[in-house]
Write a protein that binds this ligand. Structure first.
Ligand SMILES: [Zn+2]
Ligand SMILES: [Zn+2]
Length: 573
C-alpha cells in the first residue's frame, strides 16, 4: 500500500467520524495523520517493516496501529466498521464533489437530510443557500454532483427525459430529409420514472440521420435498423429508423406498454388481424396505416391515448366507446399551490402572479408554508396578514386575473392544522400537507391525515404520500381510506405536479374517480419556470383517467373560493 493510499483511508476515517458527529479533536487526529503519511520521505511500508513508525513525530499509538494494519492486511478493521455504521446516504453524499463531511453534517443537523434524494429536493427549494458557509454556487455544484449519481443509477425522472427527447426531436426535424419524428416508449406514455427514451424516425436516408445523431452524442448500432445514442444527460435514446409507410405501426409498437400490446394482439387475433413491429396484416395483405388511429379503428376500438396504454381496462372501454375524455391544458383555468419568497420560493408574489398570467391562466393560488415549517421560513400570523394585504393590492390592479389567498398548512403530528380557526378562515383555500414526523405506523399516519381532512378549513390534501421519486418512498398510509374520507368531506386530493413527487400516484386515481373524488393539480412551484410543472400533473391525471369536471383547476376562481362557504356552512349545521 502506498503512502497516498494509506492517507486516503485515514482521511475517509476522519470524514466518517465527522458524519457520526464526533468532536473535532478526534476527527482531526485522522486528517493530520493522513497528511503526515502522505508527506513522508520514505514508504510507510518500510517504516512498519523496520518498526520505526512510532518514531515519526505526530503519529500516536492508535495511528501506528491503524497504519500497521493497513500495510499488513491491505485494509483497516476500524475503517470497515465505520463504513458499516454510517448511513449509506451520507456516504453517497460524500461522492458529490464540493460537499465534504463537515458540510454534509451541517445539512443533516439543520435540515435532517440523510439521503441524496432529499438533498436534491432541498436544493431545488433553495434550502441550502440559507445555511452557514453555503451559497448559490455550492448549491449548484451539489445539484450537478447529484445528477451524476442519478445517471449512474440508470433511472431518470420524466422531466429530464422529456426535455432531452424533445431537443433531439427538434434537432432531427431540422434535417429536411426527415419526414416524421415522434417520441415513443415510456416517455410518450408519461411514466413518472424512465430508463430510456424511444424515438421513431421516418426518413429516406439512414446515413444522413447518423450524422445528426453523432452531433447529439455517442452512437451505438443495435442492429441494421435501430441505434442507441447517449447524449449529454446520459439517458440512452433508442432511435428506431423506418420508412414512412411503417411509421405509424412502429410508433404504436415502441410506445407500448408490453401489457397493452399483448392485449391488443389478442384482440386483433380474434379478428384475424396480425400486428407486427412494422405492419398491420389482414387477409395476408398489409393494411396501410397513415397514423395510429387507423390501427385502433381497424380493431373496432376508439383511439386510445398513449397515457392510457397500460394494459388495464382501456381496451374494454375503447371497445364500448366509453374511454374518458382526457383533459388538456386549455381545461386548466388556474394554478393551485405555489410558493413565493415569503417562504421558500425563489420569486416574489408579483413575479409568480405575472408568470401565471403570462402563461394564460386566469388565477394563481399562493400557498406558502405555514408557521411550523421553520426550515422553509413558514409564515407567522403577521406575515400571513402582510401577504394577504399585498395580494389584495395586486388584485386591485387586475381585471383579467386573480391571486387567491392560500396556504400550505402543515398537518401537525396530532392531525390539526397550523393556525387557529380565525386565521384559517382568512384564506380562500387551504392545502394541508404532511412535512415532518414521517415515522408513524400506517394506522397513526392515516388517523392523523383523516383528522386534517375532516377539518372544515381543509380544501385540498397536499402530496398525500410524501414520496420523492428515486429518493424516498412515501410514508405508510391507507390511500383508499384517505380518498373515501376526502369524498365524504368535500376535500380534493392533490396530484402534486412537481416531477420529483407526482403524488398521489396515478395508479390510485381510478379508485378516486369511481368514488366521486375531486382532484387538484398542484405545480408546487418554487420558481416562476416551475409553473410549467402543471403539465406533468396534467399527464398524471390523464394517465389516471381523470376528467376535467373532477379537477379543481377547471373551476373559475370565484367558484373555487365559494367551495369553502359551502363547507363551513355544512360544518356549522
Ligand atoms: Zn409540501
Ligand atoms: Zn408546497
Amino acid at each position: 500500500m502506498t503512502n497516498k493510499q494509506i492517507g486516503k483511508v485515514l482521511n475517509q476515517i476522519g470524514s466518517l467520524l465527522i458524519l457520526q458527529g464526533e468532536n473535532t479533536f478526534k476527527t482531526r487526529a485522522y486528517t493530520n495523520a493522513a497528511r503526515r503519511v502522505e508527506t513522508l520521505s520514505e514508504p510507510a511500508e518500510a517504516l512498519v517493516e523496520e518498526d520505526r513508525l512510532g518514531k515519526v513525530p505526530g503519529l500516536g499509538a492508535s495511528m501506528v496501529r491503524h497504519i500497521t494494519e493497513l500495510v499488513r492486511d491491505g485494509e483497516s478493521s476500524y475503517h470497515q466498521a465505520l463504513v458499516q455504521e454510517v448511513p449509506a446516504g451520507f456516504q453517497e453524499m460524500l461522492t458529490i464533489s464540493g460537499l465534504g463531511a463537515r458540510k454534509i453534517r451541517t445539512i443533516y443537523d439543520h435540515l435532517g437530510i440523510d439521503t441524496v434524494g432529499e438533498l436534491e429536493y432541498a436544493c431545488r427549494e433553495n434550502r441550502l443557500v440559507k445555511l452557514d458557509g453555503f451559497g448559490v454556487k455550492t448549491q449548484e455544484r451539489v445539484l450537478k454532483g447529484i445528477d451524476l449519481i442519478k445517471r449512474s443509477r440508470g433511472f431518470h425522472l420524466l422531466d429530464r427525459a422529456l426535455i432531452e427527447a424533445r431537443s433531439l426531436v427538434d434537432d432531427l426535424l431540422r434535417d429536411p430529409d426527415v419526414w416524421r419524428v415522434e417520441i415513443a416508449g415510456d416517455v410518450r406514455r408519461r411514466m413518472e420514472v424512465i430508463r430510456g427514451i424511444d424515438i421513431v424516425v421516418a426518413h429516406p436516408d439512414r446515413e444522413r440521420i447518423m450524422a445528426g445523431l453523432h452531433r447529439f452524442g455517442q452512437v451505438q448500432e443495435d442492429d441494421g435498423r435501430d441505434l442507441t445514442v447517449t447524449g449529454p444527460t446520459g439517458i440512452p435514446v433508442h432511435v428506431h429508423c423506418v420508412t414512412d409507410d411503417a411509421f405509424a405501426v412502429t410508433l404504436y409498437h415502441w410506445t407500448g406498454s408490453d401489457d397493452h400490446r399483448t392485449r391488443i394482439a389478442r384482440h386483433a387475433d380474434d379478428r384475424g388481424i396480425t400486428i407486427t413491429d412494422r405492419h398491420v396484416i389482414h387477409d395476408r395483405a398489409v393494411v396501410p396505416c397513415s397514423d395510429e388511429s387507423v390501427i385502433y379503428d381497424i380493431l373496432g376500438l376508439q383511439y386510445i391515448p398513449p397515457e392510457l396504454r397500460e394494459g388495464g381496462k382501456e381496451i374494454e372501454l375503447a371497445a364500448q366507446n366509453r374511454l374518458p375524455v382526457l383533459p388538456v391544458r386549455a381545461d386548466i383555468r388556474g394554478l393551485i399551490h405555489n410558493h413565493t419568497s415569503y417562504s421558500d420560493g425563489m420569486h416574489s408574489l408579483a413575479e409568480m402572479a405575472e408568470g401565471a398570467r403570462a402563461r394564460g391562466f386566469g388565477y394563481i393560488a399562493i400557498c406558502d408554508h405555514s408557521r411550523t415549517a421553520a426550515y422553509a421560513q413558514g409564515l407567522s400570523i403577521e406575515r400571513v396578514m402582510e401577504q394577504q394585504q399585498e395580494i389584495e393590492a395586486l388584485n386591485a390592479r387586475y381585471d383579467d386575473f386573480r391571486i387567491l389567498k392560500g396556504i400550505e398548512s402543515d398537518i401537525l403530528p396530532d392531525g390539526s392544522l397550523d393556525y387557529p380557526d380565525e386565521v384559517l378562515a382568512t384564506f380562500d383555500l387551504v392545502v394541508a400537507s404532511v412535512h415532518s414526523v414521517f415515522n408513524m405506523s400506517e394506522a397513526d399516519m392515516t388517523e392523523r391525515m383523516v383528522r386534517a381532512i375532516r377539518n372544515p378549513y381543509t380544501t385540498i390534501l397536499g402530496h398525500p404520500t410524501g414520496r420523492l421519486l428515486l429518493a424516498r418512498d412515501g410514508y405508510p398510509v391507507d390511500v383508499a381510506r384517505l380518498i373515501d374520507e376526502a369524498v365524504a368531506h368535500d376535500v380534493a386530493i392533490e396530484v402534486n405536479a412537481n416531477p420529483h413527487r407526482l403524488d398521489l400516484d396515478w395508479r390510485h386515481l381510478d379508485y378516486g374517480m369511481n368514488r366521486g373524488a375531486r382532484f387538484s393539480i398542484g405545480p408546487d412551484a418554487h420558481h416562476v419556470d416551475e409553473l410549467d410543472y402543471v403539465d406533468y400533473g396534467l399527464s398524471m391525471v390523464r394517465k389516471g383517467g381523470v376528467t376535467a369536471d373532477r379537477l379543481l383547476n377547471h373551476l373559475p376562481a370565484g367558484e373555487l373560493v365559494r367551495m369553502k362557504d359551502g363547507k363551513y356552512s355544512t360544518a356549522a349545521s
